[in-house]
Design a protein around this ligand. Sequence first.
Ligand code: HEC
Ligand code: HEC
Ligand code: HEC
Ligand code: HEC
Ligand code: HEC
Ligand code: HEC
Length: 254
Amino acid sequence: MLALLCGSTHAIGRASAAVDDCGYPVVQVPAGCTGCHGAPPLNGKHGKHPANNRCYRCHGQVIDSSFTFLPTNLHNNGTIDYAVGCSSCHGWNQGVSPPQNLKGECGQGLDGVGAHKAMRMSATPVHQVACSNCHVVPLSTWAPGHIHDNGTAEVVFSGLAKAGGAQPVWNGTTCKNVYCHGATLKGGNYKEPAWKDTSGAASRCGACHSLADPDNNTAADCSTCHPGTVASDRSILPLGDHLNGVIDITGVQK
Ligand code: HEC
Ligand code: HEC
Ligand code: HEC
Ligand code: HEC
Ligand code: HEC
Ligand code: HEC
């Protein structure tokens, strides 16, 4: 993914400024900016312009986070100057990837924010799920198929989401038949997680599969037969075998 933009260094310098829910300085577009173009405009040459007030994040060579035009004198020079990386439109102050939605917001429960943060940032057992499991990932901003006029993201499952022959389905609210959420496994009490559920229910033991060994012993020490996955207190081993696409068993004769 691409590096942070030069414009953001101005923001980092303003340590005392209030920050928005993506962790960036709160910005207020000055009056008078809409005389010649929208602030932000609705459209650019490639389609919809980001509905996002943090001009400096993408036009950092032109303007800073307090809407002061920089001495580069690139404003109103006949050329549209921008420098965008994936993080400009999708990132937040802790990384290049969503929670930021297409309106530039990161607050939990908002459209488009969903479970991105939980799945991308969380420790085990939810793990750091790659974008490619749920979307076609563009190689660059203007790659064909990336930004369309419809302004919504396409969910296209692949990889781990479809392991074991699972056929995941996204209906706009919940996912079902996802390998990661136990589609191919016995038991589990929350296998069709709601995208905007922030309760943590989808990442609890028992959500995706039963907590019993083959003899239906729920008190079993899982680590005796699954030592690469869990410790004896059932905590998931970091970088271990959990959620790697196969059921890992060691030393069991069943
Ligand atoms: C998240 C990134 C991002 C933010 C934030 C952003 N812009 Fe842009 N802006 C762009 C990109 C990318 C283009 C080029 C768009 C294209 O070619 O379709 C652009 C193009 C423009 C254009 C030219 C539009 C045209 O008619 O071709 C103007 C004017 C503009 N931005 C103003 C602003 C203002 C004012 C703000 C803040 C209120 C702002 N932008 C915030 C990314 C951003
Ligand atoms: C007198 C007309 C005019 C006014 C008023 C104006 N702009 Fe612009 N702005 C332009 C033009 C024309 C462009 C198209 C790109 C260019 O020529 O630099 C532009 C482009 C931009 C861009 C895209 C980056 C760039 O320069 O290419 C940003 C960001 C921007 N304006 C911010 C603002 C802000 C913030 C204000 C209010 C403080 C403002 N503009 C007021 C004429 C204006
Ligand atoms: C586990 C599946 C999953 C993963 C992993 C995932 N996404 Fe998403 N993404 C979704 C779903 C579901 C939506 C909601 C689509 C909708 O509203 O129709 C979404 C929406 C989006 C949106 C649109 C946001 C909006 O405002 O509507 C963007 C942009 C996006 N994802 C980018 C990414 C990027 C970049 C990554 C990796 C860093 C990623 N996603 C990882 C499932 C995922
Ligand atoms: C100028 C803003 C902008 C930049 C920069 C940008 N994206 Fe996007 N991205 C969007 C928009 C808008 C969508 C919603 C898709 C649509 O419009 O159809 C999107 C959607 C996505 C999705 C969801 C799948 C899809 O295509 O719908 C992924 C994944 C994604 N972007 C990854 C990236 C990556 C990786 C980069 C850097 C190489 C990047 N984006 C740079 C605006 C941007
Ligand atoms: C005595 C050994 C043993 C113990 C203890 C054990 N397992 Fe297993 N586990 C197995 C074997 C063998 C399989 C594969 C055969 C099967 O699915 O019945 C398996 C399969 C699984 C599966 C895949 C089930 C499916 O639907 O395909 C999960 C999930 C699992 N174990 C979780 C656990 C958890 C959680 C614990 C602790 C509560 C645990 N196991 C304790 C031996 C054990
Ligand atoms: C988001 C769904 C999900 C949650 C939550 C979850 N698991 Fe799993 N678990 C899986 C999947 C899917 C497998 C299937 C094997 C694989 O891909 O590694 C699995 C397999 C296992 C296995 C079998 C060994 C292995 O790695 O194949 C054990 C043991 C296990 N999980 C323990 C736990 C424990 C303990 C918790 C709670 C700390 C937990 N799981 C929470 C999805 C989940």
